[in-house]
Ligand binder design. Structure first.
Ligand SMILES: [Zn+2]
Length: 100
């Protein structure tokens, strides 16, 4: 099946992410960058991640939705810090796995 790449809008063979191979590779690299950034910075919001890595925030949120951001990170759940509940720092412990 041929689809439009959801990122560069070129025609491409359908992939699970709806991206052409080029964009897929670029996204994988961006995701690696985001993960590396998360390893060196604790308690990031999506906005912090976006600012720190240059990856658009909606892409980060999509990775979270797709489970890619969390699935590739095996950090132990951290207790809620005293920084307040304002930040949706969902990157450390996915809601689905938060209860133990
Ligand atoms: Zn593309």
């Amino acid at each position: 099946m041929i689809v439009n790449c959801s990122r560069c809008h070129r025609l491409t063979r359908a992939t699970p992410q709806g991206l052409c191979p080029d964009c897929q590779r670029r996204e994988d690299q961006e995701l690696d960058g985001v993960l590396a950034y998360m390893h060196t910075h604790a308690h990031l919001s999506a906005g912090d991640l976006s600012k720190g890595t240059g990856v658009p925030i909606e892409r980060i949120l999509r990775w979270v939705r797709d489970g890619r951001l969390l699935a590739t990170r095996s950090a132990p759940p951290t207790p809620p810090s005293s920084s307040g509940p304002a930040q949706p720092a969902a990157f450390h412990s996915p809601p689905a796995r938060r209860q133990r």
